[in-house]
Design a binder for this molecule. Sequence first.
Ligand code: M1P
Length: 270
Amino acid sequence: MDAGAPPYPPLEDRPIKNTIALFDVDETLTPARRTASPEMLRTLEQLRQKVAIGFVGGSNLVKQEEQLGAAAKLPVTSMFDFCFSENGLTAYKLGAELPSNSFIKWIGEEPYKELVRWILHYVADLDIPVKRGTFVEFRNGMINVSPIGRNASTQERNDYEAFDKQHKIRETMVAKMREKFGHLGLTFSIGGQISFDVFPTGWDKTYCLKHLEDEAKKPGGIAYTTVHFFGDKTSPGGNDYEIYTDPRTIGHSVKGPEDCLRQIRETFGL
Ligand code: M1P
């Protein structure tokens, strides 16, 4: 998507106007935590001429800006009709913010402090090869917990991911948290390489579908009757699983950005 990208038809004039294509970000539109390829950006541009497009990511908007917007030298909110950050807890339609929701308001300060206290104690006692900084990242709609810390470099991430697969650090921690904090109605979701997300049950990626349903209720709004979703973590426990299996979507499981490109072309005849 360069500066001279063609304008897009208004949503109501898209050739297939009741259809939207939604994409996960990491390992679907981009390699994990890296930027989208020019080919991916061009393909999204072509697709947007036909149907509405959106992304739905677990990360916050700043990271999606780095991964998608920076690659295109455009604000990410101008590249997609719908931007759903933090599973849609922060949402934009055509560059304008939609109503948001907050994790801290939902959980309350005291239970939150108890949660963080437990996490930091647990991480302190973990014996893993490397620890960096930011073990709990506080976001609008969730917290993100990382045993190695979010300040890990790319190499440290890759090494940790392999270590975690072998020693099941995150899986074990999540199982213990489910036991300890099950009563709070939280979901624990391992979506990336070094961390897991914690959010109220139901605030998974299906949360963004509420925004689409709201569209139909607006005067002259569009009812998105066909919602395609493309994601890589579509197995049980992965952070794409719920939306991938939701009866309101047509799920496409991808093996990475190359495979995603292939499936977009095949699905939409590009
Ligand atoms: O989008 C998948 C995940 O990406 C990041 O995970 P990690 O840093 O572990 O690779 C995080 O932003 C996480 O919240 C998100 O679900």
